[in-house]
Ligand binder design. Structure first.
Ligand code: NAD
Length: 305
């Protein structure tokens, strides 16, 4: 575990809960103490979701430097800051110190794997993106994104590793900015921003529309299977036949907002209004509790993937 901020600490907690030996490094003063506290915070939820045999927080070691952390690694997850020059130095150091053949997965949200591979001279073929979602100890999804120099064996090793620690990995077959999931989120944010800008709905009503509407179904089945089910016995073919033409009109009418300072201020004011009477720490605690309950229930229902 290289870099133990928000995302790295979540990964470390998950790996420990899955019974792995974790060696971490982060140069920031007090990082070890913060990491151990974050793992302690995450542990009760991970216990509820089920610890692997032999899982223990005692299996977390904090290394004195980056090469020492990865010298005996069987898998490296890099979660350092999202700054190009810093990633470059970090990945070059990691590549030099990690045994050949061992996958180095970067959590990077914004950088493409080929861009990261170009930052190292030694073994770029084992470098790929393994992109998680916050909170990374709970949200199962990880996007595996190979770069131009990736080899199938390393991609398979990453997919196997993530499956082995209980993640739901998807393979992104062509690198594109934002990988897959952030693009899907961006598509929704884009129209939400546009609707606010045009005065069609308030921020609060847009949030309510998703969290009380399709969002409830999307946590259980994806948008396309949901669309299939809304076609009744005719399935997706029927949905597309009778709702496809109007949906094409809606798609053609979607906005293309620019995130200007004025629009950003409008959105911030909208969220402030929405949360004006809400106890935010309490709301977050409730959300996290419900998230763990949902994950517990989903595990018992394998037909809901
Ligand atoms: N925050 C998110 O929601 C999110 C989601 C998915 C992926 N990511 C990605 O995860 C990565 C980490 O993001 P974050 O939100 O945890 O950031 P963060 O700022 O919380 O953590 C980054 C950590 O890297 C450490 N660091 C700095 N220099 C380092 C070095 N040379 N070696 C090792 N560690 C070093 C910092 O001390 C810090 O603890 C980024 O690439 C980001 O794109 C973030």
């Amino acid at each position: 575990m290289i870099g133990t901020g928000v995302i790295g600490a979540g990964w470390a907690a998950l790996f420990l809960a899955q019974g792995l030996q974790v060696t971490a490094f982060d140069p920031s003063p007090g990082a070890e103490q913060r990491l151990r506290a974050a793992v302690d915070d995450a542990w009760p939820a991970l216990e509820r979701l089920g610890l692997a045999e032999g899982a223990s927080r005692d299996r977390l070691q904090f290394a004195a430097d980056c090469p020492a952390a990865v010298a005996d690694a069987q898998f490296v997850q890099e979660s350092g800051p999202e700054r190009s020059e810093l990633k470059q130095a970090l990945l070059a150091e990691l590549d030099g110190a990690t045994p050949p053949g061992v996958v180095i997965a970067s959590s990077s949200s914004g950088m493409l794997p080929s861009q990261l591979q170009d930052m190292v001279d030694g073994h770029p073929e084992r470098l790929l993106v393994g992109h998680p979602f916050h909170p990374s100890h709970l949200i199962p999804l990880v996007e595996v994104v190979p770069g131009r120099k990736s080899t199938p064996a390393h991609v398979d090793a990453a997919l196997d590793f993530y499956a082995g620690v209980g993640k739901r990995a998807i393979l992104v077959r062509h690198e594109v900015p934002g990988h897959v999931t952030n693009r899907l989120q961006a598509a929704l944010w884009r129209e939400a921003y546009s609707l606010v800008e045009r005065g069609v709905a308030t921020v609060a009503d847009i949030d309510a529309a998703i969290s009380n509407g399709p969002g409830l179904r999307w946590a259980l089945l994806g948008p396309l299977v949901n669309q299939h089910l809304s076609g009744g016995t005719g399935g997706l073919a029927h949905t597309l036949e009778h709702l496809g033409p109007p949906a094409q009109v809606w798609m053609d009418d979607l906005g293309t907002p620019r995130l200007t300072p004025d629009l950003a201020a409008m959105l911030v004011a909208g969220v402030d209004d929405e949360l004006a009477t809400v106890d935010q720490p309490h709301m977050v605690a409730e959300r996290d509790e419900l998230l763990v309950q949902l994950l517990e229930h989903k595990r018992q229902r394998p037909l809901v993937p």
